[in-house]
Write a protein that binds this ligand. Sequence first.
Ligand SMILES: Cc1cc2nc3c(=O)[nH]c(=O)nc-3n(C[C@H](O)[C@H](O)[C@H](O)COP(=O)(O)OP(=O)(O)OC[C@H]3O[C@@H](n4cnc5c(N)ncnc54)[C@H](O)[C@@H]3O)c2cc1C
Length: 153
Amino acid sequence: MKSRILTLESEMEDIIRKCKYCSLAMTNTDGKPYVIHMNFGYRDGVVYLHSAPEGLKIDILRQNPDVCIAFSADHLLRWQNIDVACSYSMKYRSVLIYGQAEFIEDFKQKEEALNVIMGQYTDEDYHYSEPAIRNVCVFKVKATKTDGRVYGY
Ligand SMILES: Cc1cc2nc3c(=O)[nH]c(=O)nc-3n(C[C@H](O)[C@H](O)[C@H](O)COP(=O)(O)OP(=O)(O)OC[C@H]3O[C@@H](n4cnc5c(N)ncnc54)[C@H](O)[C@@H]3O)c2cc1C
């Protein structure tokens, strides 16, 4: 079975909405790949992420903000013959977003971004204490390119 390329933005957004986490790929300062899983929020073509203010990913992103973010949903293992390894495959829906990480420093914008992240997981709106906002690092990635692919559906 061939994979199908997605062109509809709404289909790609549906996939992103189903995801509980994303995988953020970066290029380390030595040119080597670095990928970590992160919780996220998504609104209008922008992915919002939050983190402790220190750590390897922050060091990398401050030097090279280019990222690719992977999302996938609806994973389903299937097979044509249970005894034949080559007949196994996994159905999936998947999206890749390319862009640049941009750090958000403004208090209000940080609060809004955190609520976009919370919105991926709950239906509540939250308020945050000043230290909570000050001590968290928030960044966003505006999609410059979005690719979607479906296999098996
Ligand atoms: C489902 C899920 C959701 C997550 N959501 C978030 C989130 O929203 N925000 C967030 O900041 N973090 C999140 N994490 C943790 C994240 O994946 C990183 O582990 C964490 O952010 C630390 O990254 P860092 O680059 O600052 O690593 P550092 O603490 O600086 O450590 C760097 C070193 O630790 C190793 N390392 C880092 N992370 C991992 C890991 N997860 N597994 C194995 N080795 C590792 C690296 O290879 C490197 O050697 C999540 C993890 C999972 C699995």
